[in-house]
Design a protein around this ligand. Sequence first.
Ligand SMILES: NC(=O)c1ccc[n+]([C@@H]2O[C@H](COP(=O)([O-])OP(=O)(O)OC[C@H]3O[C@@H](n4cnc5c(N)ncnc54)[C@H](OP(=O)(O)O)[C@@H]3O)[C@@H](O)[C@H]2O)c1
Ligand SMILES: *[C@@H]1O[C@H](CO)[C@@H](O)[C@H](O)[C@H]1NC(C)=O
Ligand SMILES: *[C@@H]1O[C@H](CO)[C@@H](O)[C@H](O)[C@H]1NC(C)=O
Ligand SMILES: *[C@@H]1O[C@H](CO)[C@@H](O)[C@H](O)[C@H]1NC(C)=O
Ligand SMILES: *[C@@H]1O[C@H](CO)[C@@H](O)[C@H](O)[C@H]1NC(C)=O
Length: 292
Amino acid sequence: MAFMTKYLLPILVVSLAYYYYSANEEFRPEMLQGKKVIVTGASKGIGREMAYHLAKMGAHVAVTARSEEGLQKVVSRCLELGAASAHYIAGTMENLTFAEQFVTKAGELMGGLDMLILNHITNSPLDFFHNDTHIVRKTMEVNFLSYVVLSVAALPMLKQSNGSIVVISSLAGKTAHPLIAPYSASKFALDGFFSSLRKEYLVTKVNVSITLCILGLINTETAMQATSGVFIAEAAPKEDCALEIIKGAALRKEEVYYDKSIWTSLLLGNPGRRIMEFLALRKYNFDKFINN
Ligand SMILES: NC(=O)c1ccc[n+]([C@@H]2O[C@H](COP(=O)([O-])OP(=O)(O)OC[C@H]3O[C@@H](n4cnc5c(N)ncnc54)[C@H](OP(=O)(O)O)[C@@H]3O)[C@@H](O)[C@H]2O)c1
Ligand SMILES: *[C@@H]1O[C@H](CO)[C@@H](O)[C@H](O)[C@H]1NC(C)=O
Ligand SMILES: *[C@@H]1O[C@H](CO)[C@@H](O)[C@H](O)[C@H]1NC(C)=O
Ligand SMILES: *[C@@H]1O[C@H](CO)[C@@H](O)[C@H](O)[C@H]1NC(C)=O
Ligand SMILES: *[C@@H]1O[C@H](CO)[C@@H](O)[C@H](O)[C@H]1NC(C)=O
């Protein structure tokens, strides 16, 4: 009972107040006007749709993926739609040197950076896991490690702009599903790393928001082909999905849930985890790491 009144009640009140307050802030497309935004994996799918929304809102966009042809088309369409500027740099995120240099070049082209949207993934056909450890390594490198490298390279610019890191994850980054073990591992890793980083930014007063996006099945060509005849579920539209990601990012939300089922965010919101993280943070003394 003492525990109840000492901890749980204040937490409940604070969280409710927080949700009430954050729900009150309204998204306006002008929030993105003139903002300098990187989108990775933007030659097709959800990444391309995000670039188009950003262009319509008048943002500067710098896009990347491997396919130069795809990126060229995306950039010309972005300019038609009203982007303040649009650039592409083609390369593979298997090459971590490319990843790092891409951010620097994109920052130079746009004259800074407000938002880093990490969206690319290596192709992962559905299959039972047998003994393909090299696929696990490649998936971790492209889907996880390159995200870390890109964030490290972007952080100085994001600190200057009070900017945002947006990490695209999946239901498979919060819950277990068969046939996608390496992909799932890489998406869980993103939650562990970036949610931990968010706590560090809170403690060290780094004003860079981190938005983790949990997506259900979305009707991109890749996903529709991969799941055809195997996974039966209704897919949500990629255009709307892309818009909801940008809204959540602009409002500096910690997590965005986008799925056909309205139960997803309720079931995965995980108040237990939130309460435990809140309580654990009070047990630390950071003096050793923060030199004033
Ligand atoms: N669609 C869904 O159902 C769904 C569900 C949950 C989560 N998500 C997440 O949403 C994000 C986008 O998914 P999507 O369905 O839009 O995928 P997609 O259409 O297949 O797009 C993937 C993008 O990544 C790029 N890419 C692939 N390999 C790359 C590499 N080695 N280096 C650099 N770029 C590479 C691709 O371009 P190139 O081939 O030209 O390189 C493409 O632009 C992913 O993070 C995914 O996990 C999707
Ligand atoms: C990796 O990318 C860098 C920078 O773009 C490039 O100089 C290097 O040749 C690439 N490495 C490989 C193995 O392709
Ligand atoms: C992996 O499995 C395949 C097929 O079962 C087999 O041919 C191969 O030798 C195995 N490789 C290793 C490293 O165990
Ligand atoms: C970043 O936020 C701080 C604190 O609110 C503010 O003083 C500063 O002007 C902001 N910088 C930019 C570039 O928005
Ligand atoms: C962090 O940056 C955002 C966006 O510029 C700003 O609205 C907010 O006031 C800043 N927060 C702090 C604590 O400086």
